[in-house]
Design a protein around this ligand. Structure first.
Ligand code: ATP
Length: 246
């Protein structure tokens, strides 16, 4: 579909098109399209940009990643479609392992995600998912020993709440990225980034290391989430110029 550059929702339409393209390639699932809709609705309320609280949590997350012995970023179909280049840049900058890890598991879809990253110059794990996350039945718990299974810190963008909780029960530090601050995933995270996945990785690649570590050492996740909820309600109640100036 041709999208005119001057369309007021150009960026959003481009991203939707990309998700459809990746759905047709067999990387995004049909339920991934629904998840995107939920994320977009929250992003509208957030003003479609990273607010100060998102930035603070992203700095804290980078601090935790830098302090970790073995951080791993988990990528699924939507994350691949929406943030592949940002993840490649971030993971190369800090030498962080990436693993394809999906909720609706199939070897074929894992293979497609791994190949997609390889075609862009980054080798990622996922082909050899020989371990299980305890507490999750069958395929939902699959992961690699060299990756998520032995990681001390896992970054889980757009994750299902059950898997986030299961990773926490394994004793891992869990960094979530989810536009919905009310999701079970956001509520489970040690550091809950409430921001778009692409913006989050781009931001994290740009921060100063030392500043991020010192922010991590003082970071209070619950307080930060409460600030985000306040930000959302203030933003909605201050939109008095509706329908203009959104
Ligand atoms: P949970 O199981 O954690 O309560 P859920 O049922 O909403 O959450 P899913 O549909 O499995 O979870 O996951 C999708 C989540 O990803 C949604 O919470 C949605 O807000 C979020 N999301 C969708 N698109 C984006 C995006 N571009 N960036 C960040 N988060 C997103």
């Amino acid at each position: 579909m041709e999208i005119p550059k001057n369309h007021p929702r150009y960026e959003s339409l481009i991203r939707r098109n990309r998700l459809i393209e990746f759905y047709e390639k067999g990387i995004v699932t049909i339920s991934g399209l629904i998840s995107h809709g939920r994320g977009e609705a929250f992003d509208y309320i957030l003003g479609e940009k990273s607010n100060d609280y998102a930035i603070l949590s992203e700095k804290a997350a980078l601090g935790l990643i830098l302090k970790s012995k073995k951080p791993v970023i988990s990528v699924n179909g939507n994350v691949t479609a929406l943030a592949d280049d940002a993840i490649i840049e971030f993971s190369k900058k800090y030498g962080i392992t990436v693993e394809a890890n999906i909720f609706h598991w199939s070897q074929e879809r894992i293979e497609k995600i791994v190949k997609h990253f390889e075609s862009k110059g980054l080798s990622i794990l996922g082909r050899n998912q020989n371990m299980r996350i305890p507490g999750l039945e069958s395929n939902r718990g699959r992961c690699e020993f060299e990756g998520i299974f032995s990681a001390d810190t896992v970054v889980i963008p757009l994750e299902d709440g059950d898997r986030a909780e299961a990773l926490i029960k394994m004793g891992k530090n869990v960094i979530t990225i989810d536009l919905n601050p009310l999701s079970r995933t956001s509520r489970a995270g040690h550091i809950s980034i409430v921001d778009d996945v692409n913006r989050a990785f781009k931001n994290m690649a740009s921060f100063d290391r030392d500043e991020s570590i010192s922010i991590y050492e003082k970071f209070d996740n619950s307080k930060n989430i409460v600030k985000i909820l306040e930000f959302m309600s203030i933003r909605l109640s201050s939109l008095k110029d509706w329908p203009d100036n959104l």
